[in-house]
Ligand binder design. Structure first.
Ligand SMILES: CC(C)(COP(=O)(O)OP(=O)(O)OC[C@H]1O[C@@H](n2cnc3c(N)ncnc32)[C@H](O)[C@@H]1OP(=O)(O)O)[C@@H](O)C(=O)NCCC(=O)NCCS
Length: 152
């Protein structure tokens, strides 16, 4: 199995933006949470295979972006990356890990449920004012579906 790790890093447009855009098509939105959060590279030994952006929110940490390079998906690395993020947040004293995705991202919803998140609510109308129109599975995104995981 892959030897995955998380490494805090500063933002490098050329290195990180293409991956960040895989999870969020709105670059101006990405800029906003990069300013408030911490960017991590998901590494397999020395190779960067993905990124995650974590933002503190009271006693919780929210994953604002997580993406693996296309050729690394579907092999358990996403599950392992969530475990590493949860471990890190737990060690730093967070009580919960939260994440949201659009109401049309049916595969991503399945992923979060499979790796241990539970449904935690809806941010109604979140995508109505979004800078880009998000469409997946033939559905236009309207609401953000929230998930959380207790870290206790
Ligand atoms: C979402 C993402 C991080 C998942 O990582 P991954 O390595 O592909 O997922 P894993 O292989 O670890 O899958 C873990 C489990 O979730 C399931 N799963 C993953 N993607 C799924 C999908 N699209 N539909 C249904 N189930 C899915 C897997 O089948 C697996 O289940 P199992 O353990 O029962 O076999 C990755 O696909 C990705 O980077 N996608 C593009 C960016 C993105 O959409 N990010 C999320 C934005 S909110």
């Amino acid at each position: 199995m892959d030897d995955l790790s998380l490494a805090w890093t500063s933002f490098d447009r050329e290195r990180h933006l293409p991956l960040l855009l895989e999870a969020d098509e709105a670059e101006e939105h990405i800029r906003g949470y990069l300013d408030r959060g911490q960017l991590f590279e998901i590494r397999d030994a020395d190779a960067v295979i993905g990124v995650a952006v974590l933002v503190d929110d009271g006693d919780a940490v929210e994953i604002w972006n997580i993406a693996l390079s296309e050729e690394r998906r579907g092999r358990g690395s996403g599950r392992r990356a969530i475990e590493l993020i949860a471990e890190r947040c737990r060690q730093e004293g967070a009580a919960r890990l939260t994440v949201g995705t659009s109401d049309c991202s049916l595969g991503t919803i399945a992923f979060y449920r499979k790796v241990g998140f539970r449904f935690a609510g809806v941010r109604k109308g979140y995508f109505d004012g979004y800078p880009v129109s998000v469409v997946e599975n033939g559905i236009r995104a309207r609401d953000m579906v929230m998930f959380d995981m207790e870290l206790g």
